[in-house]
Write a protein that binds this ligand. Sequence first.
Ligand code: SF4
Ligand code: SF4
Length: 375
Amino acid sequence: MQQATAAIRVLAPEALQDLISALAATRVVLGPVRRDGAIVYDEISRLDDLPAGWTDRQEAGQYRLEPRTDAALFGYAVGPHSWKQFLLPPREVLFTTRQTADGLDFLPPPAEERTYAFIGVRACELAAIAVQDKVLRDGPYADTAYAARRENAFIVAVNCGTAAPTCFCASMNTGPKAAAGYDIALTELLDGRHEFLAEAGSEAGEALLAALPSRPASAGDLAAAEAVTVNTAAAQTRALNTENLPAQLAAAANHPHWQEVAQRCLSCGNCTMVCPTCFCTTVADHTDLTTADAQRVRSWDSCFTLDFSYLHGGSVRQSTAARYRQWLTHKLSTWVEQFGTMGCVGCGRCITWCPTGIDLVAEATALREAQNGNS
Ligand code: SF4
Ligand code: SF4
């Protein structure tokens, strides 16, 4: 990927059908769809698959869809899905063993033949993908399947024109405008018209953009697009003060506030499942009594399960307080030591999808204030 180039065009909404069709010629195209009362990511082939005219209402522990008064195609914040489900699938066969007369054959999984195009990737999601890249692609133990999916994915980002009350990307410097990591970035312009400003971020994006029906962008179009993300940032009501936060959370390791959160936490793991940066997995061997085959399968796991920290003799993190502390301090403190960045991109999903409305921003702020002697 390259930084944005000078290729900036303006597209009519109908041109997105050409974009989808061009990408579908060589890839599985994935984008937002309205399903089961939420906006989720799934395969799309038509412009009509996009959730035109819908928005989401979010708060801690709450999510619902509502119609908009316009036909915006991307007029919502993020839903329960993230792109991690495609780059790091929830369940993946690592290898198969087959019993033979001489012993066991180890068979690798079939090579991934699908290449993806993601449409509607938000700035915080690009940041989340970059975080997972550090762990799964660029770290000392690269996941080759992940790396292959990433290498081949074509990314159409959409700058946010709507902020949910749970969003806090502006305070994390991860949004609402996509800075890098995309092939094409769109900004939906709804200022008395319905058009898209489209900016290429790679040579592949530039080539595709040049093939779409479009017109050159004027200074007015650029200003209108800039205003979209400026207004979205200004509309964010949640903010996390990250200054010195890793050290302050480390110093708060034994604060009674962890017990207070544990009174509300169900240890359900929802927050880790919806988080676009969480990458923890477990492996299990599955045997088939009808054949001589067995499979080793990797699946998403959560630090909220008792088994996740099981070592010989028992689980290390026995209490809910210990598990919540592990999760929050990993995201906002020890991740910085490990990967040089926070493990949180401010998408707000863990706040919305926590069944008891536990708010990472509020809990981190409470712990910071406790360390500052304010409680
Ligand atoms: S910790 Fe919460 S707000 Fe941060 S990236 Fe994960 S789901 Fe989003
Ligand atoms: S913080 Fe909320 S979502 Fe996470 S494990 Fe606890 S109850 Fe479940």
